[in-house]
Design a protein around this ligand. Structure first.
Ligand SMILES: NC(=O)c1ccc[n+]([C@@H]2O[C@H](COP(=O)([O-])OP(=O)(O)OC[C@H]3O[C@@H](n4cnc5c(N)ncnc54)[C@H](O)[C@@H]3O)[C@@H](O)[C@H]2O)c1
Length: 667
C-alpha cells in the first residue's frame, strides 16, 4: 500500500524509479512538432536534467532525448507517481498550512485522469492547457506545498517551482505565472519552441491555475448563452425548446454543450472527430445519443424538434461534413456555433475534413505544412456552409474559440466589406452586455471535505442567499438572477460533479460576497464540515483581456490592452487571495489574451470574513469600472450601484461626446 503522505513528502525520489510505460487507456496529447535544432535539443535535455541528481543523468539523458524525439516534449513519464491523483479531503494531504493543503487538493483535481484531457502529459483541457510541463515540476511543487507554512509563498514560473520565499500570513500562498513572454516572442511557434525547451507553458485558464472543476464549470455559462440566444432570435421564447443548435467539440469544455442544451430544453447536435472523446461523453451521460450516419441523425433531430423534445445528439465525424449535409438537405437550423480548439489550429485543435483523426494526427508530425493547408481549406468550406445557412435564417455566433479569427486568417469569406467579422462573438451579443457588464460571472466553490453532503448544503445556502437578494434587485438584473436561481435549484439533480465536490454559480459582486459570507458563517457554526475554496473561471468580468472574446464588447480601443487583467491579479493578491495566477494564452490562443484568477480558502474565521469581502468586491468591480469607462451603459449602471453600496469606492466616470459635434470635425 503506497503511503500518500510519504510519497508526496519525498518529492523527487532519491533512487531512480523503475521505468513506466504510458497508459494506453487514457487519451494522450498529440505529438508536438520537431521544432528545435540540434543545439536547442541539447539545451532542452540539459534543462530537464536540472531537476535530478547527477547519478541519474546517464539513464535519464538518453531517455529524455527519446521522449523529445518521439513526443516533441520531455514529460518525464518515469516520474509519474504510483498513487492515484485526485481531489481528497484536505486533511489527507500532508501539510503544515491548510491553505497549502487546499492547493494540493485543487491541483490534484486538475490532473485526475477522470477529469484531465491528457493526464499523463499533465494537460487538463483545450489540447494544451498544462498544469505543469513535466512530472518533476509536479513532484517538487507537491513537496513544497506539503512543507510550507503560512509565512511562505511558493513561486511558480510556468509550472516550474522556483521556490518558497518568506512572506506573511495575509500574502498569497502561491503566485502562478504561465506563459508570460516578452511580447515579441508570443507567436504560436514561440510556444512550441520555448515549451519544448522546458521554460514556459500554456496554462489555458483554469488548467494552470488549479481551478478546473470538470465540464460543469462551463455548463452553466453555456446554458445562459443558449437561453439568451434563443430569446434573442425569438422574443416569445423562454428557453431553447423546439429549436436546433448545431456545434462541434466534445472535449474538455466543449463537452458541456450537449448537457447545457438539454438543460435549456433544446435539441443540441454536436460533431466530434475524436471517437474517444465522443464515447467518453456518451458513457458519462453528457450526450444522449451518438450517430455515424448523418441522415439518421438529422431525421432524429427533426422529429425531436416537432415533439419539442430536449435531447443531445453527437455526430461521430467532422463538423464540416455535418454542416454541408444540412445545407444539401436544406434543413432550417435556428442557432449555430463551434467549439473546436481553434485557438490551437496547427497542433490538433482543429481537424481537416476528408481524413481520419489518426491520419490527421500523423500529418501534424510528418507534414505540418500540408496539415496547415488542409486546415485552411477546411475552414473555407466550414465558413461557406455557415454563410449559406445564415443567409437562410440561422443565428451564428463565435464561441470564443478563435473561429472567426482563424477563418479570416485562412482567407475564408468571413469579413464584411468594412473589415468586421460577419458574425458576433457570444460575448459581444450575449455574455458581455447581459452578464459581464453587470458583474455576473462564473463564481465557483469547492468543498474541502470532498464530501457530497457539504456540496448539497452549500447549494441550499447559495440558493437562499440569491432568493433573498432577488427581492430587492433592480429590474435590470432580475432575469439574470432568476436564471441563476433556477440553475442552482436544479444543479444537484443535473448530476454534474466529476471529481472534486464543486459548484459553479453565476453571480454579481453582491451575490458572490453574500454567498461567501454565508458559507464562512456555516463553516464557523459547523453546518459545513470543513473549509471551502472560492474561485472563478478567468473567463469573467475582470479577469481577462481578450479582444476577440471577454473584452470583445469593449469599443473604446482599449480591447487591445491588458491593464485590467494585470491590475486584477495584483489587486487580488494584496486583498487576501490564497493564490493568484496570470496567464498568456487561454481560450483564443497564445499571444491573443492575458487572463488571471484567484483561489481563496475560507475557514470560518474572522480573517476569512475580512478577506472575502475586500477581495471579491475588488475582483468584480475592477472590471465593471473599466467597462463603464469604455461607455458600456450596463456597466455604468452597475458601477453606480456599487458606489452606493460602498462609499469608499470612487470611480472615474466617462462623459459622452455629442456625435454631431464629433462628426462635424475636420479630420
Ligand atoms: N464555452 C465557452 O464558454 C468557452 C469558453 C472558453 C473557451 N472556449 C473555447 O472552446 C474551444 C474548445 O475547448 P475545449 O476545452 O473543449 O477543447 P478540446 O480541445 O478539449 O475540445 C475540442 C474538441 O473539438 C474536436 N474537433 C476538432 N476539430 C474538429 C472537427 N473539424 N470536427 C469535429 N470535431 C473537431 C476535438 O477532437 C476536440 O475533442 C477552445 O478554443 C476554448 O477556448 C469556449
Amino acid at each position: 500500500m503506497i503511503n500518500l503522505k510519504q510519497a508526496i513528502l519525498q518529492g523527487i525520489p532519491s533512487e531512480i524509479p523503475t521505468k513506466r510505460n504510458i497508459n494506453t487507456s487514457v487519451s494522450h496529447a498529440p505529438n508536438r512538432k520537431n521544432i528545435l535544432n540540434k543545439e536547442e535539443k541539447k539545451l532542452a535535455i540539459r534543462n530537464a536534467l536540472r531537476y535530478f541528481p547527477e547519478h541519474m543523468h546517464t539513464v535519464l539523458a538518453p531517455e529524455f532525448a527519446k521522449e523529445l524525439k518521439t513526443y516533441g516534449r520531455i514529460y518525464m513519464y518515469r516520474f509519474m507517481p504510483d498513487y492515484k491523483i485526485k481531489a481528497r479531503h484536505l486533511e489527507e494531504f500532508p501539510h503544515k498550512s491548510k491553505q497549502a493543503a487546499a492547493l494540493q487538493m485543487m491541483l490534484s483535481n486538475n490532473l485526475d485522469e477522470a477529469i484531465a484531457q491528457h493526464p499523463e502529459e499533465l494537460i487538463t483541457y483545450g489540447g494544451n492547457g498544462s498544469v505543469f510541463q513535466n512530472w518533476a515540476q509536479y513532484l517538487i511543487c507537491m513537496q513544497y506545498l506539503a512543507e510550507m507554512n503560512d509565512e511562505q509563498t511558493l513561486v511558480l514560473y510556468s509550472g516550474h517551482p522556483m521556490g518558497l520565499f518568506p512572506s506573511h500570513k495575509d500574502a498569497p500562498r502561491v503566485v502562478v505565472t504561465n506563459g508570460m513572454m516578452i511580447p515579441n516572442y508570443s507567436k504560436p511557434d514561440d510556444w512550441e519552441k520555448f515549451n519544448a525547451l522546458g521554460v514556459t507553458q500554456y496554462g489555458q485558464m483554469t488548467a494552470g491555475s488549479f481551478m478546473y472543476i470538470g465540464p460543469q464549470g462551463i455548463v452553466h455559462g453555456t446554458n445562459i448563452t443558449l437561453l439568451n440566444a434563443a430569446r434573442k432570435i425569438d422574443a416569445r421564447a423562454e428557453d431553447l425548446s423546439g429549436k436546433i443548435f448545431i456545434t462541434a467539440g466534445l472535449g474538455g469544455m466543449s463537452g458541456a454543450q450537449p448537457k447545457a442544451g438539454v438543460i435549456a430544453k433544446g435539441i443540441c447536435i454536436v460533431a466530434e472527430i475524436n471517437p474517444q472523446a465522443t464515447y467518453k461523453r456518451h458513457e458519462q451521460g453528457w450526450v444522449d445519443e451518438v450517430y455515424k450516419d448523418l441522415d439518421k441523425l438529422l431525421d432524429r433531430a427533426i422529429t425531436a424538434r416537432t415533439n419539442k423534445e430536449a435531447v443531445s445528439i453527437a455526430y461521430d465525424g467532422n463538423i464540416v461534413d455535418l454542416w454541408e449535409r444540412v445545407v444539401e438537405r436544406n434543413i432550417h437550423i435556428e442557432i449555430g456555433s463551434d467549439q473546436t480548439s481553434l485557438h490551437n489550429p496547427w497542433a490538433g485543435g482543429y481537424y481537416p475534413v476528408g481524413m481520419s483523426y489518426d491520419d490527421a494526427n500523423e500529418m501534424i508530425v510528418n507534414n505540418p505544412e500540408k496539415f496547415k493547408k488542409e486546415v485552411q481549406k477546411t475552414l473555407i468550406r466550414h465558413t461557406n456552409a455557415i454563410n449559406t445557412l445564415s443567409e437562410r435564417g440561422m443565428y451564428f455566433f463565435d464561441y470564443g474559440n478563435a473561429f472567426l479569427l482563424e477563418a479570416s486568417r485562412a482567407n475564408a469569406d468571413i469579413l464584411k466589406p468594412n473589415g468586421d467579422f460577419k458574425y458576433p462573438s457570444y460575448v459581444q451579443d450575449i455574455m458581455g452586455p447581459m452578464c459581464f457588464d453587470y458583474g455576473f460571472g462564473p463564481f465557483r466553490w469547492v468543498c474541502a471535505s470532498n464530501d457530497a453532503k457539504d456540496l448539497v448544503i452549500t447549494d441550499r445556502i447559495a440558493c437562499e442567499v440569491l432568493e433573498k437578494l432577488m427581492h430587492d434587485s433592480p429590474d435590470e438584473i432580475k432575469l439574470q438572477m432568476s436564471d441563476n436561481i433556477n440553475w442552482i435549484k436544479a444543479a444537484g439533480e443535473n448530476k454534474m460533479v466529476v471529481g472534486s465536490q464543486a459548484r459553479i454559480l453565476y453571480a454579481d459582486s453582491e451575490g458572490r460576497m453574500k454567498i461567501a459570507e454565508a458559507f464562512n458563517n456555516a463553516i464557523a457554526d459547523g453546518t459545513l464540515s470543513a473549509p471551502v475554496v472560492l474561485g472563478r473561471d478567468h473567463h469573467d468580468v475582470s479577469g481577462t483581456d481578450s479582444p476577440f472574446r471577454e473584452t470583445s464588447n469593449i469599443y473604446d480601443g482599449s480591447q487591445y490592452t491588458a491593464d485590467m487583467a494585470i491590475q486584477n491579479v495584483i489587486g487580488d493578491s494584496f486583498r487576501g487571495a490564497t493564490w493568484v495566477s496570470i496567464h498568456n494564452g487561454g481560450g483564443v490562443g497564445w499571444g491573443e489574451v492575458i487572463n488571471g484568477g484567484f483561489g481563496m480558502l475560507i475557514d470560518g474565521s474572522d480573517d476569512s470574513d475580512r478577506k472575502l469581502k475586500s477581495m471579491l468586491f475588488w475582483d468584480v468591480n475592477n472590471g465593471i469600472s473599466r467597462r463603464s469607462w469604455a461607455r458600456n451603459k450596463e456597466a455604468n449602471f452597475a458601477i453606480k450601484r456599487a458606489m452606493k453600496m460602498n462609499p469608499d469606492l470612487k470611480v472615474t466616470m466617462p462623459n459622452s461626446a455629442d456625435d454631431s459635434l464629433i462628426n462635424s470635425l475636420d479630420l
